[in-house]
Design a protein. Structure first.
Length: 133
């Protein structure tokens, strides 16, 4: 090999390395930005019954927040915050009456304004049905 060929290969290797490094940095920045946006949303969800509903329906909250479209997540949060069926929700999650082992548990939540959208979401971000013990 002559010197121009070696110089060309060296330049090509530097460009490939720079591209790999640039893509890695972009992915890391994107991940950090996502965390900054998801953390406040996660905090809002944890303080709502939406968190319990996600759990009962077997939806992993972190996976849900990472993959679900943000407009859908915000719509579900807003629906939960403005829900008129808070008493039914409290009764649904009352430990004295809750039977989380029932296969039809998620079907009993007909009062929930997020029922249909969470049912669609459950198949995508599911960790399996919740069971006691």
């Amino acid at each position: 090999m002559n010197i121009p060929s070696l110089a060309g290969m060296g330049l090509l290797m530097v460009l490939i390395l720079a591209s790999v490094l640039g893509v890695s940095i972009a992915i890391l920045r994107n991940y950090r930005t996502g965390l900054r946006h998801r953390d406040p949303i996660d905090s809002r969800i944890r303080h709502l019954r939406l968190n319990d509903m996600l759990r009962v329906m077997g939806i992993d909250r972190q996976l849900y927040l990472h993959n679900a479209p943000l407009n859908q997540v915000h719509a579900q949060i807003n629906s939960c915050e403005k829900c008129d069926a808070k008493e039914a929700c409290e009764e649904f999650f009352d430990p004295a009456t809750a039977d989380f082992e029932a296969d039809s548990r998620e079907l009993e939540n007909g009062f929930c304004p997020n029922r249909d959208s969470l049912a669609d979401t459950a198949g995508k971000y599911s960790i399996g049905p919740l069971t006691k013990g």
